[in-house]
Ligand binder design. Structure first.
Ligand SMILES: [Zn+2]
Length: 452
């Protein structure tokens, strides 16, 4: 089928972001050519305006027939993280090979399913002669995996210079969870209403160098190791209930079996019980606190020389109810050793929380669209523990959502940025239908139902 062929070709192009300074630009150029080839209606349409931004990112503008309706925007990214077949892939990572109904390849769920799904949906609408009432934008970043400095940042600048305000933004992020949450009966779609913040700090210790035959009581390595251990042992506070993760459980409560349901529906009583269960597993622990990850530790040059210098890098992912400043203060007080120099490398606050109430257009339209395509799925707000291009869009819209309807089943967490990333052919078709439906659902003027 034509809709599938375009997607397979997209997965085959190795649009890899290797590092902050190195990307496969040949592949990015090739990807641009592919889009023009597989979506002839979009690129020949007199309605759609297409612009290249930051050399390889794409901005599409689809003007609606009713200019007083506030526009919305769909985001996705073209670049992927590296993949090495030798790590144990069942099919080569840029082969887009099919095995048992699944397409294998780097980028199949992060995030070429959205890139191609959004454009395929628009292509279909144009084929049918459809003109939207509400204007919308499509932003396809080429450097999301290295935090979007050329793509998303410049698209936002351009839209700001044009005075654009967005009703809502939908980017990748959370998915449809199926069988991965203990006690949850049936699948649940989590719509990301915020993202955790980040802080990276560099810790360093300098001591006088010397011979290893007469060592001091504490070496630079020992001092630094104790500091790092203190950070790991004294985790950041459990903040369950202080951020939107509480709403996730409240929205899903009725879908849990006994005894979970009783716990979820009575969080006023069981909040501390649930939070201690959640902090027991790394994946759920990430929802209840600022996490601490020691990612680099360097020191030493020779086996008989006391090193004069030791350094380590620690990466924190900040819970919604904390700020970057609070976390930096806690880091210093936890280490509390003047010999350890603490330097701030980079970071940002957690993202604002987008609204998810009954009157919020974006959230309710996304929710309705999930129900249209997946009637059996429960929808709930959620928090993204990773970051996306959408974090650059906060000045354009208060309501930013992170969700793509990929199915996430037991074992799938290892596929994101890992080995055997894949999508079922059926799921890709559902994704095209989801965006096709979303574009039409977004065309209503107001949400239906009683309004006060
Ligand atoms: Zn991604």
């Amino acid at each position: 089928a034509r809709w599938l062929l375009g997607y397979l070709l997209a997965v085959k192009i190795p649009t890899v972001s290797f590092s902050a300074s190195e990307q496969n630009t040949t592949a990015l150029k090739e990807f641009d050519q592919l889009l023009r080839r597989v979506f002839p209606k979009i690129f020949s349409s007199s309605l759609v305006q297409h612009e290249m931004v930051g050399n390889y990112s794409h901005l599409l503008t689809v003007p609606g027939s009713e200019p007083d309706l506030e526009p919305y925007m769909l985001l996705a990214h073209i670049d992927v993280v590296p993949a090495d077949e030798a790590d144990g892939w069942d099919a080569p990572p840029f082969s887009a090979q099919e095995l048992n109904g699944f397409i294998y390849g780097r980028g199949t769920i992060d995030n070429k399913q959205s890139v191609m799904g959004i454009l395929q949906a628009l292509e279909y609408l144009l084929e049918q002669g459809y003109t939207p009432r509400r204007s919308f934008y499509i932003g396809l970043g080429h450097d999301e995996e290295i935090s979007g400095p050329q793509g998303a940042v410049n698209i936002v600048k351009l839209l700001k210079s044009r005075g654009v305000k967005l009703l809502y933004v939908l980017d990748e992020g959370l998915t449809i969870m199926d069988g991965v949450v203990d006690g949850l009966i049936g699948p649940g779609a989590l719509i990301g209403v915020s993202e955790k913040g980040q802080a990276t700090v560099k810790l360093s210790v300098s001591t006088p160098p010397g011979h290893s035959s007469m060592p001091p009581r504490e070496s630079s390595i020992g001092i630094l190791a104790s500091a790092v251990t203190r950070l790991e042992k004294n985790r950041m506070p459990n903040l369950f209930g202080h951020g939107p993760e509480r709403a996730t459980f409240e929205h899903l409560a009725h879908k849990f079996g006994w005894p979970y349901r009783m716990v979820m529906s009575n969080l006023w009583l069981f909040s501390s019980l649930l939070s201690s269960v959640l902090e027991g597993q790394p994946d759920t622990n990430a929802f209840v606190r600022t996490t601490t990850a020691v990612t680099m530790f360097n020191s030493g040059v020779k086996i008989n020389v006391m090193p004069a210098y030791a350094e380590a890098f620690v990466n924190f992912r900040i819970h919604s109810s904390q700020t970057l400043q609070e976390v930096l203060k806690l880091i210093k007080s936890t280490i509390s050793d003047e010999r350890v120099k603490v330097e701030f490398v980079s970071g940002f606050d957690p993202l604002p929380i987008s609204s998810y109430d009954e009157d919020t257009f974006g959230y309710q339209i996304i929710k309705k669209t999930v129900h249209d395509i997946f009637p059996e799925v429960t929808v709930s707000p959620g928090i993204c523990v990773g970051n996306t291009d959408s974090r650059h869009y906060t000045e354009l819209s208060p309501d930013i959502y992170r969700f793509a309807p990929s199915w996430y089943k037991p074992g799938d967490s290892a596929r994101f940025h890992g080995v055997n990333e894949r999508i079922s052919i059926q799921n890709y078709e559902e994704i095209v239908l989801f965006y096709f439906q979303l574009m039409q659902n977004s065309d209503i003027r107001n949400l239906p139902g009683p309004r006060t």
